[in-house]
Design a protein around this ligand. Structure first.
Ligand SMILES: C[S@@+](CC[C@H](N)C(=O)[O-])C[C@H]1O[C@@H](n2cnc3c(N)ncnc32)[C@H](O)[C@@H]1O
Length: 356
């Protein structure tokens, strides 16, 4: 090596890199805690020893002690002595309360990227061709749903739909709607339950996603949902829908312009299309203000851009690619005239209310 090393900078750089390794290990411990129901067992339980947690869960004390100390070291559990451990109210909101907390995040840790998928992503750097969500397998659909689900379940029907011009009344009175790129169907099912007089069509090219969606429809006995294993390119070519949504999926599509053109044909003249997509900026330097930007690029290489490049002529927008400027331009190019940006206090996404 010709360059002289600056020892302080070397230490800092090394610390940054090992910090990411530590993040990987803590992520694994979060996944274990989530899957074993440890956070749920600790919620509102006050300080617990490993023996106390073993009594509550039927799991082995020695394994629990190592997990508990690891969680305390990661500052996710409170402990002064390494023997008694407590999940704070904030900890419970982020790690345990999946149904009631907008801050719930533990679902995002359910399964990393399997080794064979990593091999395929590495190969994609040579071939240029990425993996579709179908090729990513059922676990990807499940993880996406658990990561994006809490916000959608808690905010979409109560707070977002009522803020859109005229949409709630139409849905209450019996409308036809579509969720394009519905994934596991959290938004679709929330709407179908809330508006029984309307019919909801879910489109997704991933059979894993549609299977998951169908299971929930069957469990709930919903009769107002129709599912299609098909992309947004296959929407009806005549005005059919009063309301369409695309949630966190335009940037994953190989041919987003084609899907947007299909949506333009499928929406009724007075209909509404609601887009939810990642909060990002055309300028990389602006995006650097996002403290989680590196994670978003990780999502992009492992899933979003990979999916968007899963055909040889894929557009490859990726996680940060459908920013407000791109959205406005593509939507206008397809012949939509009205474009309203909403924030809805969502830390990760922006919303665009679009009409012909
Ligand atoms: C990040 S997931 C979002 C799923 C769901 N909308 C949600 O919010 O949970 C992206 C979804 O887009 C789907 N997708 C990819 N290309 C598509 C296309 N051309 N048409 C419709 N959906 C597509 C993927 O299969 C995947 O289920």
């Amino acid at each position: 090596m010709d360059q002289l090393l600056d020892e302080d900078r070397l230490k800092r750089f090394s610390g940054t890199v090992w910090g990411y390794k530590q993040g990987e290990m803590v992520s694994l411990l979060i996944q274990i805690g989530d899957r074993l129901g440890l956070y749920k067992a600790m919620q509102d339980a006050g300080p617990l020893t490993a023996a106390g947690l073993a009594d509550k869960t039927g799991l082995k004390e020695r394994w629990l002690l190592e997990w508990l100390r690891g969680q305390a070291a990661a500052r996710l559990l409170d402990s002064n002595d390494g023997e008694h451990f407590e999940l704070s109210a904030e900890g419970a909101a982020v790690l345990s309360d999946e149904q009631g907390s907008l801050a719930f995040a533990a679902g995002a840790f359910s399964g990393g990227t399997p080794p064979d998928t990593v091999d395929k992503i590495i190969a994609a750097f040579s071939t240029g061709i990425g993996l579709s969500y179908e090729e990513l397998g059922p676990n990807a659909a499940h993880r996406t749903e658990r990561m994006l689900g809490p916000w959608t379940r808690q905010e979409f029907v109560p707070n977002i739909i009522p803020a859109l011009a005229g949409v709630e009344d139409k849905l209450k009175n019996g409308a036809t709607a579509a969720d394009v790129g519905c994934g596991g169907g959290v938004a679709l099912i929330a709407m179908a339950c809330a508006y029984p007089d309307s019919t909801f069509h879910g489109y997704d090219p991933s059979a894993h996603a549609i299977t998951r969606c169908q299971q929930k429809v069957d469990e709930l006995g919903l009769e107002n949902v129709v599912l299609h294993i098909a992309g947004g390119e296959s929407l009806p070519t005549t005005p059919t829908y009063d309301f369409l949504i695309t949630f966190d999926c335009i940037h994953d599509m190989t041919h987003p312009a084609e899907v947007i053109a299909s949506i333009r044909k499928a929406v009724k003249p007075e209909g509404t299309w609601l887009i939810k997509d990642i909060r990002s900026h055309p300028d990389f330097k602006e995006n650097l203000r996002n403290p989680f930007l590196a994670m978003f690029y990780g999502f992009s290489v492992s899933a979003c851009m990979s999916s968007a490049l899963s055909a040889p002529d894929g557009a490859g927008l990726g996680t940060l690619g459908f920013n407000p400027a791109v959205a406005r331009e593509m939507v206008n190019a397809a012949g939509f005239n009205r474009f309203t940006e909403h924030d809805f206090n969502d830390p990760s996404n922006l919303y665009y209310e679009v009409q012909p």
